[in-house]
Design a binder for this molecule. Structure first.
Ligand code: BV8
Ligand code: ZN
Length: 271
């Protein structure tokens, strides 16, 4: 752990985590910064160079699906070439090893899921001649992906929704991916601005009502309704532990706010 992270804060956060029966972990783009992915709103943020309103809305897709797919194609390539970092892995292990842990992410990069999958096949205990899948005993404990996933698509016309990892050819409208069932155009399975979040947010809010602690990692906490998950935990009597190099609107509500990078700090909290 680097020197500037407050050791007393880390100790306090560890105590709160060990006392908590149920923990909701809320993550944002900052947790993937240490894997090399750009965040959205920082100095080098993705949306400094691209105007979100031109790309991450249903109106933008209706106007220019090729341009929107081109942008998502680039982001898929960037995410696919990254690896989960120490924070993703520590959280995946935490969720597998302890009951009562729910990981809720705003990220669409799939790195929490990949971390869980990397831990899902474990070495057999000595003397046992078979591989134990973590999901056979307690968990593959996949995260709740509030804003969707870059590697899933859904149909613009029918109900079809499925995984899609193949490269996107966005050179022309007629090379964009089409639905297996009805041949209509597919779109990224991403929640764009102005769109509802679906069942994941309902589950997240009901977990938040019961959670003893919300561990918030790497989010600017400005996008709603996701940011309210932490305030719901607080209002229901739970506490907030925050990990972020910068202060956020949640900092004043947090019992502990640790200034540091996710990959440095998170393993020291949940390891
Ligand atoms: C809805 C997907 C209703 C696309 C994304 C005015 C006030 C309040 C709300 C609104 C408003 N106007 C409009 C709204 C609502 C709107 C909203 O919240 N807007 C905000 C911007 C004001 N919300 C919506 O539209 C939502 N839908 O409300 O629907 C409805 C109901 C019924 C029926 C119809 C409609 C939909 C929200 C969609 C969110 N989708 N994008 C894509 O990804 O391509 S949001 C986008 O921001 C990202 O996807 C990401 O998930 C999300 C959150 O960002 P963060 O993850 O926090 O990232 P950010 O860059 O901001 O911050 C990074 C942080 O990391 C920083 O704090 C930094 O310090 C830190 N960091 C950096 N390095 C590290 C680090 N931390 C740790 N370690 C490090 N190493
Ligand atoms: Zn279809």
């Amino acid at each position: 752990m680097s020197d500037e992270i407050d050791p007393q804060g880390v100790e306090h956060a560890r105590e709160l985590l060990s006392e908590a029966g149920t923990v909701l972990v809320l993550t944002g783009a900052g947790i993937s910064a240490d894997s090399g992915l750009a965040t959205f709103r920082g100095a080098d943020g993705l949306w400094r160079n691209y105007r979100a309103q031109e790309l991450a809305t249903p109106e933008a897709f209706a106007r220019d699906p090729r341009l929107v797919w081109e942008w998502y194609g680039m982001r898929r390539e960037a995410a696919a070439s990254c690896e989960p970092n120490a924070a993703h892995l520590a959280l995946a292990r935490f969720a597998i090893e302890r009951d009562g842990i729910t990981i809720v992410t705003q990220n669409v990069d799939g790195l929490h899921t990949r971390a869980a999958e990397m831990l899902a096949v474990e070495q057999p205990p000595a003397g046992e001649g078979r591989v134990v899948r973590a999901d056979e005993n307690k968990a593959a404990r996949l995260p709740l992906e509030l804003h969707g996933c870059l590697f899933r698509v859904r149909c613009t016309q029918c109900e079809a929704r499925y995984g899609h990892r193949e490269p996107i050819d966005a050179s022309a409208v007629n090379t964009l991916p089409t639905c297996r069932s009805c041949s209509s155009m597919l779109r990224p399975d991403i929640v764009w601005f102005g769109e509802p979040l679906g069942q994941a947010i309902e589950i997240a809010f009901s977990v938040a009502q019961e959670a003893d602690l919300c561990l918030v990692v790497g989010t600017s906490a400005v996008v709603q309704p996701a940011a309210s998950i932490a305030t719901v935990v607080r209002q229901a009597g739970g506490s907030i532990v925050e990990v972020n190099p910068e202060p956020t609107p949640l900092t004043s509500l947090a019992a502990v706010s640790l200034r540091g990078g996710a990959a440095d700090v998170v393993p020291s909290l949940v390891g």
